[in-house]
Structure formats: C-alpha cells, structure tokens
Ligand binder design. Sequence first.
Ligand SMILES: Nc1nc2c(ncn2[C@H]2C[C@H](O)[C@@H](COP(=O)(O)OP(=O)(O)OP(=O)(O)O)O2)c(=O)[nH]1
Length: 195
Amino acid sequence: MINKIILASKSGVRKKILEENQIRCLVEPSNVDEDSVKDSLLKMNATPEIISKNLAELKANKISQRRHDHLVLGADSVIDLKGKIISKPNNRKEALEILLDLNGQTHHLISSVCISQNGLMVWNCTDKASLTMKQMKEEELVNYLAKINDETLYAYNVYQIEGEGRSLFANIEGDEDTIMGLPVKKIKEYLSNYK
Ligand SMILES: Nc1nc2c(ncn2[C@H]2C[C@H](O)[C@@H](COP(=O)(O)OP(=O)(O)OP(=O)(O)O)O2)c(=O)[nH]1
C-alpha cells in the first residue's frame, strides 16, 4: 500500500484522520478560490454534490500538476439542505442564520475526495451523512454559538461533530470521518490496492 501522499488541504482534521489510519502524508494546501468556483457552478445549477466533487478535483489537480512524483489527495465538504448548499459563515450573524435554517431539519454533509497523478484525476469518491437537528429555541442556539470560538466556527462551519456540535442532533446516520471531512475507509481501500 502506498503510504505517502500529498494532502492538498489546510485542514488539520483531515491530516489527523489520515495519520490515525496509518496514511503518512505531506501537506501542500491548494488555496483554491472556493467561492468563485462555487459561484460559477451555481450559475449552472450544479448540485451541492457536484460542487464538492469539482472542488475536490480542482484542489488535487492543482497540486498534482507540479508534483508529478506523488499521488495528491484533495477533498471538499459541503452542507446540503434540501438541495441548497450552505457555505461557511463569514460572521456570527450568518452562523446563527445557518443554525436557524438547519433547526429541526435533516441535512446532508457531503464529503468528496479526489486522488490525482500527473495533474489528472485517477480516483474519486463521495460519501454522504444525514444529520437531523433537534427543534431548538433561538436562545438555545445563541447559547450554543457563544461556546464556539471563532477559529472553530470559521474553519469547520457551525458544528464540530466530535465536540459541542453533537448535542444539536436528534439523529446522525453516516460515517463520522465523512462528517469531519474525509471518507477515509474508501481512501484506505483504494490505496491498499494501489499498484
Ligand atoms: N473536526 C471537524 N472538522 C469538520 C467538521 N465538519 C467540517 N469540518 C472541517 C473539515 C474541513 O476542514 C472543513 C470543511 O471545509 P473545506 O472542505 O472547504 O476544507 P478546508 O477549507 O478546511 O481546507 P481545504 O479547502 O481542503 O484546504 O471543515 C466537524 O464536525 N469536525
């Protein structure tokens, strides 16, 4: 099994998930301008899943084009609420608005991964988790947000499933690694067969 790849992501949690699964990686964030890619894809009525797949591929290909000596892994996670993509908040007002939109509803957390070589995708996968939020009072959501620091809020969106965020949900179906941004089981399967 190839055990050293480049992770084209600034996400510390993704690096941690790979390392916890015995996949050593170098890190080279792609710094792809996600908002402009999202905007152009939304103009073409792309679904949240298509957007996450495209972003994962763009991130992996960008680094792979200049690192032909490695496999490169790119990833992207999006929240899909009834077909609408919910991006990360830019401020705490937006964060509360997102929580009010998700309140009492079921949404999907979609994480896509792309592995590229010589600048081209050689493998990709997408995994989805379904999360049903409790019906909470606005005051409860305000109190929840007050406990989330800016760094976490702006890096991870409005919930950290392994932290305070879990208390928001009545039901969670799917893989916790997928919710945290990396469907690692499928990645391990691919890399273990990689020749
Ligand atoms: N620990 C943790 N991280 C989460 C959770 N939900 C989402 N995330 C993280 C995974 C990713 O780092 C981030 C999702 O944003 P992106 O997919 O755009 O990746 P990010 O901007 O972090 O880095 P990248 O674009 O890959 O360089 O949020 C969670 O529940 N727990």
